[in-house]
Design a protein around this ligand. Structure first.
Ligand code: HEC
Length: 193
C-alpha cells in the first residue's frame, strides 16, 4: 500500500513536470506559413489578430472618382509581433501585416448615411518581414481567392511606395494610431513621411 501511494505520487509529479516543461518550450506557430515552393499560405485566422486601423476611401495619388461605392480597409498585425513592437517600436523578423479591403455601403437596415462595411473583400494584401527568406527583408503577397500566393516581384509599385512613404520600416505606422506613439517614443518613427 505504501509503495503504491509513493508510486502514484511520483507518477503525478513526473506528469506535472513534463506538462510544465513542454508548455514552457512550446513556440507559438509562426504567423506566416509557406508551401514547399515558398508560396504564402492564406493566413485564415488574421481576423483574430491585433487591429491597427480602418481607412475609408484612402487614395494615394490623384483622387479616385466614380467608383460608385465606398472602400474601407482594415489593417491587422499578428499578436506576437505586436507584443514585441510595444517593447521596441520595431517590427521583428516574422511580422505579418494584413490589409483587408472591403466594399463599403451607406444605406441598409437602419443606416441612412455614413459608411458601414460589408462581407465583400477584394483580395487580401499581406506584408511579411523575414530577412532569412527575402533579400529585401520584406515581401508583399496578394491572396485573391484564399489559395497560396507567390511573392510579388520587387519591382512592383507596392515596394516603391511603401519604401518612399512608410514612416516605420516600410510600413504606414503614421496611419496606425496606437502604433504611432510607440514608434515615436522608441525613436523608430520617420516624422518626415
Ligand atoms: C502609392 C502608395 C502605395 C502603394 C503603391 C501600395 N500601398 Fe500598401 N499601403 C499604403 C498606405 C498609405 C497604407 C496604409 C493604409 C491605411 O492606413 O489604412 C498601406 C498599407 C498596406 C498594408 C498594411 C501594412 C503596412 O505595410 O503598413 C499592406 C499589407 C499593404 N499596404 C499592401 C500593399 C500591396 C500588396 C501593394 C501592391 C499591390 C501596395 N500595398 C501598394 C500605400 C501604398
Amino acid at each position: 500500500m505504501k509503495y503504491g501511494l509513493a508510486f502514484v505520487g511520483i507518477g503525478a509529479l513526473a506528469t506535472a513536470g513534463l506538462g510544465a516543461f513542454s508548455y514552457a518550450n512550446a513556440k507559438p506557430e509562426a504567423a506566416a506559413q509557406y508551401t514547399a515552393s515558398g508560396a504564402l499560405i492564406f493566413p485564415k485566422d488574421y481576423r483574430e489578430w491585433v487591429f491597427l486601423t480602418s481607412g475609408v476611401n484612402m487614395t494615394y495619388g490623384a483622387p479616385v472618382t466614380g467608383m460608385g461605392h465606398d472602400m474601407v480597409d482594415n489593417v491587422f498585425v499578428d499578436p506576437q509581433s505586436w507584443q514585441e513592437f510595444k517593447q521596441t517600436g520595431k517590427w521583428r523578423d516574422g511580422t505579418v501585416m494584413i490589409k483587408e479591403p472591403r466594399m463599403g455601403a451607406n444605406e441598409g437596415s437602419i443606416s441612412k448615411g455614413g459608411t458601414f462595411q460589408t462581407e465583400d473583400v477584394f483580395g487580401l494584401e499581406v506584408h511579411v518581414k523575414d530577412s532569412t527568406r527575402f533579400k529585401d527583408e520584406w515581401a508583399f503577397f496578394v491572396h485573391a481567392d484564399g489559395q497560396p500566393a507567390e511573392a510579388i516581384p520587387g519591382d512592383a509599385e507596392c515596394y516603391a511606395c511603401h519604401k518612399a512613404n512608410g514612416a516605420v520600416d516600410t510600413t504606414f505606422v503614421q496611419f496606425y494610431p496606437t502604433a504611432k506613439p510607440i514608434a515615436e517614443k522608441a525613436g523608430t518613427f520617420d516624422a518626415s513621411k
